[in-house]
Design a protein. Structure first.
Length: 165
């Protein structure tokens, strides 16, 4: 542990002594099912919530804890479709999982959009108007993931809007 790590550790310990912490894990009583409820209220298909829940189960097993699961806010977007889901995943989720599993290429690859969509094809719809969703999955699966958040760029204004809003 270097000096910077010790300094951060001391700050963390000081904060924990002075403040109460409330868990907001995606599978807690308060936040569990939040994405599904939000999608239902917005009259959207529930598959993104089912997919995130399934991936969080895998993440919990791979991480050994629930502290760093994928939260619902990434996907609380109007008109969330396959194309938006893929962009959000590639530009918001993949950089985080790449950092979480730095040095473990197998786990990094496991949480890429193309792998997630293929592994959970029973959840991910094959129709969105049939061919458009399939084309979106194929197109998104063929794209490379950004190496890290610092090096990722959005392909166009729509992608930036999907991620930010």
């Amino acid at each position: 542990m270097n000096l910077a790590d010790r300094s951060v550790g001391q700050i963390d310990a000081a904060l924990r002594r002075r403040f109460a912490f409330v868990s907001f894990s995606p599978n807690d009583d308060q936040t569990g099912g939040l994405l599904g409820r939000w999608l239902a209220k917005d009259n959207q298909n529930p598959w993104p919530a089912d997919l995130v829940d399934a991936v969080n189960v895998e993440l919990e097993l791979d991480l050994g804890h629930t502290d760093l699961l994928i939260g619902p806010s990434y996907f609380m977007k109007k008109k969330l479709d396959m194309e938006k889901m893929g962009r959000i995943w590639r530009y918001s989720i993949e950089p985080v999982t790449a950092d979480l599993f730095h040095g473990d290429n197998n786990l990094t690859k496991k949480y890429r959009w193309s792998s997630v969509a293929a592994r959970h094809k029973a959840i991910v719809p094959t129709t969105q108007s049939d061919s458009s969703a399939t084309a979106a999955v194929v197109a998104l699966s063929n794209e490379q993931a950004p190496a890290s958040a610092a090096t990722s760029t959005t392909p166009n204004a729509d992608a930036a809007d999907d991620i930010a809003n």
